[in-house]
Design a protein around this ligand. Structure first.
Ligand SMILES: Nc1ncnc2c1ncn2[C@@H]1O[C@H](COP(=O)(O)OP(=O)(O)O)[C@@H](O)[C@H]1O
Ligand SMILES: N[C@@H](CCOP(=O)(O)O)C(=O)O
Length: 314
């Protein structure tokens, strides 16, 4: 992310020492991401990421942090929050909720290949299966309820063409959500934002999945759709790459087979995935926050992806 909350080296050092992580040798603010303040901190004990939460509250965070702990404890390559002597993993720094996790190895990829799509399809299915017995419940914060709240708000600033797209897609998604097929979709904790910038690869192997801060309980199909829309879509045209989609779904199904209702609703959920990110990008554009190094994401990309999925452009 952008650094929203500035920390001095002394503040970071005191915090790390209190958690028994030693003296920081290096502290760097991250320039990517749009939601939280991240610092990369190296100490003699290891490499860490310190996150201060700018949007999420003390009440919302335990769901995300314990989900990461649950998956990490089951050998998934996700960040593992560091506990204090009392076993607490959610901390306070400068009055904000804060967490320290291990820094995962590898780099994000910008251009995805079929091999990347296979790796992400497989890890997503493993996360769905492994997360199935996670006991905490919290709704997807960027789900249907949020869409209904923000469409009228962003619609006021959007162009006429965008406004009519948003209104029409919202009506479609509201209809899908009350259908009996939708009711039968398998559900559980989902990442809900597993874009290329939230996955790490090293030497062709997937080494990390992070940024669980849009996670929530929702349909597994929504999670699959979000991934397909980022990993398997041509960024120039907004069209799906059918070979990448096949690679992703084949790998996903090698771990967990899709059900009949999931097959039926995949196109509708891909529209839902594109709609969700079009909405959040418009929201970020029209309600910007202070940040030293903020790079806003482009809404027109997801407008194109959504229009392609709706059959409005070839
Ligand atoms: N546990 C981690 N291991 C390695 N890199 C990480 C980790 N957490 C965050 N990062 C890095 O920090 C950057 C910003 O993190 P991110 O969670 O995407 O921020 P935001 O929530 O603000 O979008 C990522 O692009 C990634 O490079
Ligand atoms: N993936 C979202 C933005 C969320 O930001 P992140 O850096 O926290 O993943 C998008 O592309 O709109």
């Amino acid at each position: 992310m952008a650094v929203y909350t500035e920390l001095s080296p002394d503040e970071v050092a005191t915090f790390f020492q209190a958690l028994g992580l030693g003296q920081p040798n290096s502290v760097r603010g991250s320039t990517s991401g749009i939601e939280n303040t991240n610092y990369f901190v190296d100490t003699e004990a290891g490499e860490y990421v310190l996150t201060l939460f700018e949007r999420l509250t003390f009440e919302q965070l335990p769901f995300y942090l314990h989900l990461m702990k649950h998956l990490a404890a089951r050998r998934m390559p996700v960040p593992d929050p560091v506990a204090n002597v009392g076993g607490e993993i959610l901390h306070t720094l400068k009055g904000r909720p804060a967490v320290i996790v291990n820094r995962l190895p590898g780099e994000s990829v910008t251009a995805s290949t079929e091999s990347h799509c296979r790796a992400v399809g497989e890890i997503l299915a493993r996360m769905h299966v492994t997360g199935s017995d996670y006991p905490r419940r919290q709704a997807n914060p960027r789900g249907l309820e949020w869409w209904n709240e923000v469409v009228p708000v962003v619609g006021r600033c959007a162009s006429e063409g965008q406004r009519s797209l948003l209104t029409s897609e919202l009506a479609f998604q509201n209809q899908i959500a009350v259908s009996s097929t939708y009711e039968r979709l398998p559900r559980g904790p989902v990442h809900a934002d597993l874009f290329r910038d939230n996955v790490l690869f090293e030497g062709g192997h997937l080494t990390g999945v992070f940024d669980f801060y849009f996670a929530g309980c929702d349909t597994f199909l929504f999670d699959i759709a979000v991934c397909l829309n980022d990993w398997c879509v041509d960024s120039g045209t907004g069209r799906q790459d059918t070979k990448q989609v096949a690679a992703f779904l084949g790998a996903y199904e090698s771990v967990r087979a899709l059900t009949g209702p999931e097959r039926l609703l995949l196109p509708a959920m891909q529209r839902a995935g594109a709609f969700r990110f079009l909405l959040s990008r418009l929201w970020d554009l029209y309600q910007p926050r202070e940040a030293a190094l903020l790079k806003a994401h482009d809404p027109s990309h997801f407008e194109r992806v959504l229009r392609v999925l709706r059959g409005e452009i070839a």
